[in-house]
Design a protein around this ligand. Sequence first.
Ligand code: UDP
Ligand code: MG
Length: 317
Amino acid sequence: MRSATRDLSVVIPVYNEEASLPKFFERLYPVLERSGGSYEVVFVDDGSQDRSAALLRQVFESHPWVTRVILFQSNFGQHAAILAGFEYARGRRVITLDADLQNPPEEIPRLLEAMDQGHDYVGTIRRTRHDHLWRRAASRVMNRVRERITRVHMTDQGCMLRAYDRAVVDAINQCEEIHTFIPALAYLFAARPTEIEVDHDERTAGQSKYSLYKLIRLNFDLVTGFSVVPLQFFSLLGISLALSAGILVLYLAIQRIFFGPQVEGVFTLFGIVFFLIGVLLFGIGLLGEYVGRIYQQVQKRPRYLVGAVLEKPEAGA
Ligand code: UDP
Ligand code: MG
């Protein structure tokens, strides 16, 4: 475990963000300079194929004492990148934000203020969310589901601009799960979490790295990683369906005995059967989600591979 040698670490996952990075540097560093206290910026390049890594190298050269750059061998995903950032961060507090300028760096002092009030985790709620309508609707549904079946209570799960105390980061660093959702982990470990409202801007350059498929995957991680309620739900559903199917069979048998054979209603029966098959398939798929997680977990593969780290030796270390 690393000891904290700075007041603040800012962890930023970067994947093909060459279009927004220069502007991002221009806005981030002055905010941190003004905020007082010692700081470091930890960039994690998630295997970008564009010029992002080169730009990060440049910013490391121009701000060597306050910048650390971790270069992944290939693309391991945003959460793996943030976890790597957490491993390398030396701050007493850690703030994460996106490199695409959708999270304004100017909000950082407000997160720190909330921490000054004794909170060990500061979540955020996007004041004005600049995303597509369907994306907002999907988020709303997922929020509702998550609230009900996990212990994680977040008003807005999408925004990555968040602040974590060293103790929470250390706890997250001890977790070995491969696919995870960092803000949700933080909620489990934080003693005094809070949420504040922050601005959210439109993506001005580059494009979103999240396809519909990736979003669905993320939500499965969030739900199956933090709750077994879906599995329990299925055993309950299984019991009630089996019971009602039993009654139906009994009813049909009595009909057969007392009123003779009949073919009417055969389509109703088909309907019921198809419904049951649908439920079954979904159940098997859900089981697969958990089994898949277990499978990946027992493989114990590294969550990410670091290709290179750009950093200055720690003073006194
Ligand atoms: N990102 C990453 N690896 C990925 C996908 C995204 O490091 O595989 C980074 C990306 O560079 C950005 C942040 O994660 O800094 C959020 O990504 P994006 O803005 O595409 O997501 P959205 O805002 O659309 O949810
Ligand atoms: Mg974004």
